[in-house]
Write a protein that binds this ligand. Structure first.
Ligand code: SF4
Length: 330
């Protein structure tokens, strides 16, 4: 289904998380032109087949109630079968206000509710300026799941106080809450933490209180996380922030790369292939790796990063690795 995304930078956010600058991330200036529901409606009226109407960049479920309903009501002008997808802060669904929001949402065709779940570690959450009770976050996930909504998780790596192990534990915890949910597969977005100009994280970085991951560390963590999360039933729909001039100009430090997602996929594939090598080493058995033709560039691209990494992981020389790669169907 075609996705049409509208950005509502920082709208509905009850806080400013230390790393966040939605202006740089979405390319839409916060407090700039107001997104009128009429604008959404006219875009939907021009569609000929069902669409996924998306609202990202803020905390949709905590928008002023009338505005939220106006945005959702526009779905009536979209072709039949269209759905609404949005991102929100987990705390939006807590308490009496949260319960009211849930009741309203049930009246609309909701595609996916993407929850911002950068971490479930209370120390990391606190250092990021977010609510720091993981139990409440889990209760929200369960409440949304039991109400029949399909969920997505937006997780992060390299946050202040976060480790590779805690990220792995987070996806494991979220996956354990999928049982009994509508749709066995939940969407997953993974974002590496970048130091963006004007954020509180910039001050922490400049005073030495925050050290970002290197690009290689971030790629390795993300590749491992992708492999593990897919084995747990997640469907990765985005890795790394959307590349734009606004983002490029705003990054001060951190694992920024225009093709971060591709690098992470090369790491994931190298890890996956290396896990198929016998203890004695594939070199001894000379058993080739069969590669999906669509994935070969993940090994050969970016100066053969995937091949070199596979060589490093298996201790097989890169030239031998190349000879052991067989494109499936050829
Ligand atoms: S991370 Fe989410 S909740 Fe936090 S400031 Fe950014 S958009 Fe708002």
């Amino acid at each position: 289904m075609k996705r049409i995304a509208f950005f509502i930078p920082f709208q509905g956010c009850g806080r400013r998380c230390v790393y966040c600058d939605q202006g740089a991330i979405t390319g839409v200036r916060p407090g700039g032109d107001f997104l009128a529901p009429e604008t959404v409606r006219s875009v939907l009226l021009s569609q000929v087949s069902p669409v996924e109407l998306c609202f990202f960049g803020g905390s949709f479920a905590r928008l002023e109630s009338r505005l939220m309903m106006s945005y959702m009501d526009t779905i009536r002008f979209a072709p039949e079968g269209s759905r609404i997808t949005f991102s929100s802060y987990p705390g939006d669904f807590e308490g009496d206000i949260g319960a009211l929001v849930l009741e309203k949402l049930k009246k609309y065709p909701i595609g996916t509710i993407e929850l911002g779940l950068p971490s479930l570690d209370p120390v990391v959450l606190r250092r990021c300026g977010r609510d720091d009770d993981p139990e409440k976050i889990k209760e929200t996930i369960i409440a949304l799941r039991d109400a029949g909504f399909r969920l997505g998780a937006q997780i992060m790596i390299g946050l202040p106080g976060q480790t590779a192990e805690s990220s792995m534990l987070d996806v494991e915890t979220i996956a354990s809450l999928m049982t009994g949910a509508r749709g066995k597969t939940w969407d997953l977005r993974i974002y590496p933490c970048l130091v963006l100009r004007g954020t509180e994280l910039e001050s922490l970085y400049r005073t030495g209180q925050y050290v970002p991951l290197t690009l290689e560390e971030a790629v390795r963590q993300t590749g491992a996380l992708l492999l593990y999360s897919e084995s747990l039933g997640f469907k990765a729909i985005r890795v790394g922030l959307l590349e734009s001039d606004a983002l490029r100009e705003s990054v001060i430090a951190g694992p920024y790369h225009q093709a971060f997602g591709e690098l992470a996929l090369s790491e994931k594939l190298a890890l996956d292939l290396s896990s198929k090598v016998s203890r004695k080493g594939q070199k001894d058995s000379q058993k080739p790796w069969e590669i999906d033709p669509k994935k070969i560039s993940q090994l050969t691209g970016h100066g053969g990063r995937g091949i070199n990494r596979l060589a490093e992981l298996t201790k097989i020389p890169p030239e031998t690795v190349r000879g052991l790669l067989v494109i499936r169907g050829k």
